[in-house]
Design a protein around this ligand. Sequence first.
Ligand SMILES: [Zn+2]
Length: 247
Amino acid sequence: MLRPALMEILPGIHHFNTDPFNWYVLKEGGRLTVVDAGFPGHYPVCCAGLRSLGHDVKDVEAIIVTHAHADHLGFARRLHVETNAPVFVHEADVAAAGRPLQLPWWGLLSHAWRPFMASTLTRATVNGVFWAPGVTGVRAVKDGDTLDVPGRPRVIHAPGHTPGQIALHLPQQQVLLSSDVLITQHLLTGAHGAPQVAHRGLNHDDGQARRSLDCLHEIGLVTLLPGHGRPWRGLMADALKLARETA
Ligand SMILES: [Zn+2]
């Protein structure tokens, strides 16, 4: 029996933790948006989680991939095939999303001697990183778009981790699905902590990733739901200060 590791953060916002890979479900009425898609091996976890919410996978109306890395693209194609739900990706990551094996391999493998990284790579392998297909035929999104999908998230383009990295803002719930723009777990050591930018070795353009924090400064009180790590609640100004301090 699969344990979905599922938590309702706020009404209609569900957090799946397939440690250390997070993905989310936004629920509006009986309609669902899946935000990020773990690895291919997490598909049964998704189905079990949706069943525990009283839903079927067919209730998924939209799939949003916050950036074209394999730990977020994972089962997106399978979910798309099973549901016919559109897959949304930022226009700058559309090409990469169509290719398999998209990960910052050099940064990951050069730290494989660390116990946490070794276990992360093992879990990635067991869950199908090497057979994760790319996703084609996606719908391109851009900064400022409010997506007409369950949850109605607003797209914030915050490049750096990848060129098309986005965060998703839900202003009414004061939630930011921050993906890998702001995470709360150190990806080399596994330590949980304050909001932070991913380690420079894992960013496509580390300087840009840090400059992109400015894109978030208008947000006030917020629950951050990161791509890796635990939820964090507080003022965005404090989150940004903490992230800059750890830079
Ligand atoms: Zn990630």
